[in-house]
Design a binder for this molecule. Structure first.
Ligand code: SF4
Length: 331
């Protein structure tokens, strides 16, 4: 299938079920992009190896769980190419070629590398972790996309990708890799139930697959404005994580009701949370229902990914033919 639409590429590490933070930070945007772009979305399973350790055994099952959410949220394999990174081994070859051209300093200065080393307390970070953004550059450039949808913290990675493309084109005096542009995605603030950023590792996440009752049980004890200890204390919605969710899911009229009731102590936090649940549930229910059907047939999900990977590989082979043409290695 060829397309004249501009191409977009993005990936997600297979960490399992998708939570609201992943959904609103990436997946919901991917679903929209399908209408206007030739989209390639991939399961970044080699990337998962950089930090997973023992959890690596869970990658296959996590892939199925995650892609069930992708499909349930509206990614359409007829319109978008959904694939698994490791089923397109051309990515590894391109990464190797790029690694010969890339100065170490370019990778050492990527901010997310230092952050990860500190966060994970790694005394001896792996070669793969340092090379993570370079594998990402190979993932991206393989499909010569015009756009890479990213949040602001990922912009340095796209910048590195552009530098790598320039370096390759210059080294082999060829225009194999056009420089992609970062397509900045507005990522809403999605707090977890404890008020910190929603994250699987914090245990504070609400998943697309959570039954309605589970969502209720997570939202009702959710952290609120810490200054509002009693029902009679006025609160401040601007510092309340529950209100951050209202900003995303609640229509203006009810949002104004919550803000006013909070500031005047006219409503209690449970009233406020119940109103949030009333708007959250209609957004989650159709996704949850589609997911329930999809996960009953995991073989069909794997088939979608295998077919998508074949399609991706077709494009990757064409790119590598061009690379082989300009990088003279064999007689
Ligand atoms: S009333 Fe709503 S916005 Fe105000 S503190 Fe309680 S939960 Fe937060």
């Amino acid at each position: 299938m060829t397309s004249t639409r501009e191409r977009v590429l993005s990936g997600m590490r297979p960490t399992g079920k998708v939570h609201l933070g992943n959904h609103l930070g990436a997946l919901a945007n991917w679903v929209k992009l399908q209408d206007d772009y030739d989209c390639f979305f991939f399961v970044a399973n080699w990337h998962a190896l950089t930090t997973l350790g023992e959890d690596v055994r869970e990658v296959p099952a996590n892939t199925v769980e995650m892609v069930a959410d992708w499909l349930a949220a509206g990614l359409d394999p007829e319109r978008s190419t959904l694939f698994i990174q490791s089923l397109v081994p051309e990515h590894a070859e391109l990464h190797l070629i790029f690694s010969m051209l890339t100065p170490l300093g370019w990778l050492e200065r990527v901010p997310t590398y230092k952050e990860m080393v500190e966060q994970l307390g790694l005394e001896s970070p792996s070669y793969g972790l340092l090379g993570y953004p370079l594998l990402q550059a190979a993932d991206i450039l393989m499909y010569t996309p015009r756009w890479v949808p990213v949040g602001v913290d990922q912009v340095p990675h796209v910048e590195l990708t552009r530098e790598v493309a320039r370096r390759f084109n210059h080294a082999f005096t060829a225009q194999v890799f056009p420089e992609p542009q970062a397509k900045l995605t507005e990522i809403p603030k999605v707090p977890g139930t404890d008020g910190r950023k929603m994250s699987k590792s914090y245990g504070n996440a609400i998943y697309l697959s959570d039954p309605a009752e589970t969502v209720r049980q997570k939202i009702r004890p959710m952290v609120t404005d810490p200054a509002r200890r009693r029902r009679s204390d006025p609160g401040n919605p601007d510092v309340c994580p529950v209100f951050d969710l209202h900003r995303i899911f609640t229509p203006p009229e009810d949002r104004a009701w919550a803000a006013e009731g909070c500031r005047t102590a006219g409503i209690g936090c449970l009233d406020c949370k119940d109103r949030l649940l009333a708007h959250l549930e209609p957004a989650l229910a159709p996704i949850r229902e589609r997911r329930r059907e999809l996960i009953e047939k995991p073989g069909a999900i794997v088939e979608v990914l295998r077919e998508g990977s074949e399609r991706a590989r077709h494009v990757a082979r064409a790119t590598m033919d061009e690379v082989h043409r300009v990088v003279p290695l064999t007689p």
